[in-house]
Design a protein around this ligand. Structure first.
Ligand SMILES: [Fe+2]
Ligand SMILES: [Fe+2]
Length: 259
């Protein structure tokens, strides 16, 4: 896990990247944007020759997940593994032709991806938050990588500190989940699936891992009851705006009547 490739106190959100190695193969999960590319490549090089990476696996197609795709396609021979929903959008991150024959489009049902002597499970997590979205389960370490689910917005140092007390941690998660997750229905469907797995750790793409049975069950109990996204939006969220967005001067001008 790499937690602080992006400068602290900068404008970009803290994010985690992951390297999973099994025997002679390796995968980078959610490699990230361009900001931390060089540091991440160096970090990976301490464990595995980056040019020999087998897969880049993207939970979805957001900039903090895969905007560095062009550089990975150049620096490695890896295949990109991404939802079929994003398969033909991801090449927009690269120069012409760089992804030719190098994208594995994952169907909505997910699947088990061979890695070394084992496999990574690509679990459906659509609409949490992206329309085509997967979580990754490692059946060896029993870690479930949950992308943008279970996220807490914290510093790189806090992201390295596992959470065991879920009640204290919920305030760091609630605002993000209420706005970025799509609906309570989807959360409940996901929890029904996730409860069937033996999980040692929930590891999100931003913030701290959630560790131990009590904290993981506490997370499930909380998230399956959370109202979010379309549950919370009503007509008040869809009104013709009357106030101006701060322009170059940074001032928010008083609203004025037009027409
Ligand atoms: Fe995202
Ligand atoms: Fe993210």
């Amino acid at each position: 896990m790499f937690t602080d490739m992006v400068e602290e106190a900068g404008v970009a959100v803290q994010s985690n990247q992951f390297l999973v190695v099994d025997h002679d193969q390796a995968a980078v999960l959610d490699p990230g944007g361009n900001l931390g590319f060089n540091e991440l490549l160096l970090g990976i090089g301490r464990h595995y020759p980056p040019q020999d990476l087998t897969y880049l696996i993207a939970s979805h197609a957001d900039p903090d997940i895969i905007a560095s795709l062009d550089r990975w396609m150049t620096a490695t021979k890896a295949q990109l593994v991404i939802s079929k929903v994003w398969e033909r959008f991801a090449p927009h991150f690269t120069k012409n032709g760089k992804t030719d024959g190098r994208v594995i489009g994952v169907p909505d049902a997910g699947g088990r991806l061979p890695l070394g002597d084992t496999e990574l499970w690509l679990l459906p997590a659509h609409f949490l938050h992206s329309e085509g979205n997967f979580h990754f389960y490692d059946p060896v370490s029993k870690i479930l990588f949950t992308g943008d689910l279970g996220v807490s917005i914290v510093s790189g140092e806090m992201a390295r500190t596992p959470v065991r007390d879920i009640a204290k941690h919920i305030p760091r998660m609630v605002g993000f989940h209420e706005r970025y997750m799509v609906s309570n229905k989807i959360l409940r469907l996901w929890v029904n699936m996730a409860r069937q797995l033996e999980i040692s750790m929930l590891v999100p793409q931003h913030g701290a891992p959630i560790v131990g049975t009590a904290a993981i069950n506490g997370f499930f109990d909380w998230i399956e009851k959370l109202m979010c996204g379309v549950d919370l939006f009503d007509q008040r969220g869809y009104m013709i705006p009357t106030s101006q967005v701060a322009g170059l001067t940074g001032r928010v001008l008083a609203s004025r009547k037009t027409v």
